[in-house]
Design a protein around this ligand. Structure first.
Ligand code: NAD
Ligand code: ZN
Length: 375
């Protein structure tokens, strides 16, 4: 199982023996400013009866805000507000599933995640764990989920991760950060309403947007690239350039970044991310640094691997008048560096995608330490 990569893509040797992967895609998607208002109509035919509620998992940023009033709850539906301050954890998923099972005699009619990658991943994981035995940690890996999840809907409120379209839900468990990658993870329905991203603070808008930009650079420069991935990656990259370099009108920028995120996610579905993601996983695991900013902190120092991408990244940072934090790894002990390095090096398919099958000859723990020390 370790041989499979994060998106479920098999290494080249296996591909020859077993053929190409057959990926699920999100079967239904609505796009448009204000389309969130259609959610009530979308959910109605999925409601089995009044005892089988819809559970809305919502970023607690929206508690008491206008969006809360617009959530189409009926009967004994539940709205659960959740903080996105920390990345989602397997125990958090297990606790939500227990709470839902205790409160309702029947399985819910559906789970709706409203928020960024954190809430989208929680919604996917809860939908899976409501129909599968045991605890979430057991399913971190590739294709371990046995039963279809319950109906689940994703409503992104910040753009970039591609979590709305991917077949993974990335979770922290006590000893790892790894996705539940499965055909049942993908959402049944996504609502893309760019208006919902209006309130995102500028720095967060940039960090999560750069997650998309880095997905494109790592996919387009990777050894796993095929025409399917390239076509989506190029579309997303062009949209990112327009959004972060061209000074678009706010609404146009919101619309375009939402579609960039979608295409960026599609691009890595059939290829893989690379070095910034592998090393950002280390930062996240050891220091709790969140995915978007973690990618930026690493990526700025990777010009030796992604020269043109890093030049563009610096132009975007300047155009957006943002400055990244410094000295993040300045006071780490040797043991902390070692922990980060070992998490990063475990992401083998990401390194293989970035540098080819002989990546171990090019990448050493000392090399990674020298990059981490610059952060
Ligand atoms: P997030 O969900 O962590 O949210 C970041 C911040 O933005 C939070 O403070 C949140 O409250 C705030 N926010 C979100 N929407 C807002 C809005 N409309 N207005 C104001 N504030 C808002 O952000 P993210 O970068 O989208 O997600 C990161 C997570 O996504 C990580 O846990 C990462 O592992 C995961 N991820 C998953 C995939 C996947 O394919 N499943 C891919 C990449 C990243
Ligand atoms: Zn990412």
């Amino acid at each position: 199982m370790e041989e499979l990569n994060k998106s479920g893509h098999e290494p080249l040797t296996k591909k020859i023996q077993t053929g190409y992967r057959n990926f699920p895609m999100v079967p239904r998607v609505v796009f448009g400013r204000g389309s969130f208002s259609q959610l009530a109509d979308i959910l109605l035919p999925k409601r089995r009866n009044s005892d089988a509620p819809i559970i809305f998992l919502v970023d607690d940023f929206f508690e008491g805000k206008e969006l809360q009033e617009r959530i189409p709850w009926l009967f004994n539906d539940q709205i659960i507000f959740i903080s996105a301050d920390e990345e989602p954890k397997t125990e958090q998923v297990d606790a939500l599933v227990s709470k839902i099972r205790e409160e309702f005699d029947e399985l819910p009619s559906g789970i709706v995640g409203i928020g960024g990658g954190t809430l989208l991943d929680l919604a996917k994981a809860v939908a899976i764990m409501l129909t599968n035995k045991g605890v979430a940690e057991q399913y971190q890996g590739w294709d371990l989920v046995e039963k279809p999840a319950i109906y689940h809907v994703g409503v992104p409120t910040i753009s970039g991760t591609g979590a709305e379209v991917s077949r993974t839900t990335v979770l922290l468990s006590p000893d790892k950060k790894l996705g539940i990658n499965s055909d049942y993870t993908t959402f049944d329905q996504v609502v893309l309403d760019p208006e919902l991203t209006t309130t995102v603070p500028k720095d967060q808008w940039f960090y999560t947007g750069m997650d998309c930009f880095i997905h494109c650079i790592e996919s387009l420069n990777g050894t796993y690239l095929n025409t399917f991935s390239q076509s989506y990656g190029e579309a997303a990259l062009n949209l990112c350039k327009e959004v972060f370099l061209n000074g678009l009108h706010e609404e146009e920028a919101q619309d375009k970044l939402m579609m960039a995120s979608w295409h960026g996610g599609m691009s890595i579905a059939y290829s893989q991310v690379g070095i910034a993601h592998a090393m950002s996983y280390g930062l996240s695991y050891a220091l709790g640094i969140k995915h978007g900013i973690g990618n930026c902190l690493v990526f700025q120092h990777l010009s030796e691997f992604y020269h043109d991408g890093v030049v563009l990244f610096e132009q975007m940072l300047e155009k957006q008048q943002l400055v990244l934090p410094e000295g993040v790894c300045a006071h780490l002990s040797s043991a902390e560096f070692d922990a980060m390095i070992s998490v990063a090096l475990r992401m083998e398919p990401l390194w293989e995608n970035a540098l080819g099958r002989d990546w171990k000859k090019m990448i050493t723990p000392e090399k990674l330490k020298s990059i981490y020390k610059k952060i």
